[in-house]
Design a protein around this ligand. Structure first.
Ligand SMILES: Nc1ncnc2c1ncn2[C@@H]1O[C@H](COP(=O)(O)OP(=O)(O)O)[C@@H](O)[C@H]1O
Ligand SMILES: [Mg+2]
Length: 298
């Protein structure tokens, strides 16, 4: 019923191949195996969502795939190129041309406007002048940002900032887009818009998209969902939605509470405490509440 492994279908063009990847932080008694023997294969145009509790190694995995962090052992191939064997100067090229990153906190340069933020990515990749300016502009216009081209980040909403960062991620035309909790700082409407944009990037533009997130809405567009726990992929059990924070969580082992004949599941005792204080706030009467629609494991 669930995807234990991470092998995509065997046909089609494989864009990302990760083999036996490990990252150990520190050494001796205090060593942390943040990623512990992970394998993954993702095709062109495919959207893979990696879920898992906080601290399970999601960011570590994604930053290694994006060549921002060196693995302890294992290999990562992007378009057949083994990036784990490359020198730093070559890795810079990989980051600029092969991969686009979308971060939870947007990581925009505050002193530059939206268009300039996108233009910088082009400049770093060796594309300058009027051509770069026009390309940056078009990337933003394509994402509905025409009225905001000259706005600095502080004048943009969270959703608009994330559009700028998506434009920046795709502008050099990389095959692989990596997104770390891309909707975590957005309200529900803006989060939904970002999910739709990521879907279009994969399905209309044929890019490969790997997203790590707790956000259950991303399940709706993902071709595959993988569950990372203690640095390893494991079977997805039954997933439930925390009615307080909306996070997708594995039912097994989660803190629970009975309320009006139902069992509710929580990501933490903190969320359970909040629910306990004012359950009515989280259980909407007459409308299907988050908790009433468990997310089925597949
Ligand atoms: N730079 C680092 N140095 C030491 N430990 C780290 C570092 N980055 C992450 N870790 C540890 O690795 C584990 C996985 O972290 P992370 O990948 O950030 O998880 P997630 O993104 O799933 O919340 C955690 O135990 C975290 O404390
Ligand atoms: Mg993280």
């Amino acid at each position: 019923m669930s995807e234990r492994t991470d092998d995509g279908q065997k046909d089609g063009e494989t864009v990302l191949e990760v083999h036996d990847l490990t990252k150990v932080f520190g050494s001796g008694e205090t060593a942390v195996r943040a990623v512990d023997g992970v394998g993954l294969s993702v095709k062109r145009g495919e959207i893979v969502l990696v879920m898992g509790p906080s601290g399970s190694g999601k960011t570590t995995l994604l930053t290694m795939i994006g060549s921002l962090l060196k693995p302890t052992t294992g290999t990562i191939r992007i378009n057949g190129l083994d990036i784990t064997s490359l020198h730093e100067s070559e890795l810079t090229k990989v980051r600029r041309h092969y991969v686009g990153f979308v971060f939870q906190s947007f990581n925009l340069l505050e002193s530059l406007n939206a268009q300039e933020n996108v233009e910088v990515a082009l400049n770093l990749a060796g594309n300058a002048g009027k051509g770069a300016r026009n390309k940056a502009r078009q990337a933003l216009v394509d994402l509905g940002m025409k009225p905001r081209l000259k706005f600095k980040p502080k004048a943009l909403s969270g959703g608009e900032k994330q559009r700028v960062s998506i434009a920046r991620a795709v502008v050099n035309d990389p095959q692989l887009i990596l997104a770390d909790e891309p909707t975590a700082n957005l309200d529900s409407k803006q989060g939904h818009d970002v999910v739709v944009l990521l879907r279009d990037i994969a399905k209309k533009e044929g890019r490969t998209v790997v997203i790590v997130s707790h956000d259950h809405r991303i399940r709706e567009v993902a071709d595959r969902v993988l569950w990372l726990e203690d640095g390893r992929f494991k079977d997805i059990g039954r997933l439930e939605r925390d009615p307080v924070c909306g996070m997708a969580i594995e039912a097994e082992g989660a803190p629970t509470l009975q309320y009006e004949g139902r069992t509710y599941y929580f990501c933490s005792v903190g969320c359970r405490g909040e629910f306990e204080e004012q359950p009515a706030k989280f259980v909407a009467v007459g409308t299907p509440s988050a908790a009433q629609s468990p997310i089925s494991g597949d």
